[in-house]
Design a protein around this ligand. Sequence first.
Ligand SMILES: [Zn+2]
Length: 240
Amino acid sequence: MATELLFRNDAYLHSAEAQVTVVGERGIEFDRTIFYPLGGGQLGDTGTLVRSSGERIAVVDTRKGEMPDSVLHILAPAAGQPTPGETVTLEIDWPRRYALMRLHTALHVMSCVVVAPVTGGNIAPDKARLDFDIDMSLLDAAKIEQETNALIARRTATETVWITDAELDARPELVKTMSVQPPRGAGRVRLLSIPGIDLQPCGGTHVANIGEIGGIRVLRIRNEGRRNRRVEIALASFEG
Ligand SMILES: [Zn+2]
């Protein structure tokens, strides 16, 4: 069953009311959600489901369901189960999600500093990485850090832009990720725009202004294979 993806229009929602639609073996579905499901290299959200009785049930992970735009909320083992039709309050683990948003957006900025095809990526709350198809000698940690932070210091507001599949097909240069092609078939594709810096298809959650990233540190650069030169970063600080 399709779920209204509230995080697509507002990644800053900390809580929302939702109605249970499906209680399945793999997870709970709602008519709407603020929880981002694992995808595009970004981890699924965690948080709490609050029943009208006040009972709090931990949501330990969020995954995509079988239908497009269906989202499965995975509850802690042995937790109580809500029932279909029940209205609950969803509360996100906001510090964790905000770190994911900052790191995710930082990867967009870094992908404009390291100019090479992206072959992989991952975003966790404490660190994030991109893999590039590039010669190791071209990756300089201090230079990547300095140039990424110089762009972050511009404090540019980000924008979500939608284009049609046909428009994307006409501009293949927008797709930097070789491993993950943007989902097609829905007729339109969501892009993250950082005006003057980056424009690429992405369905993840981002900060409203890249200044919120604060700054990044390059943790390490490793050779993970001929086409996977891995640059791992962390936030320079955890202050908002
Ligand atoms: Zn993104």
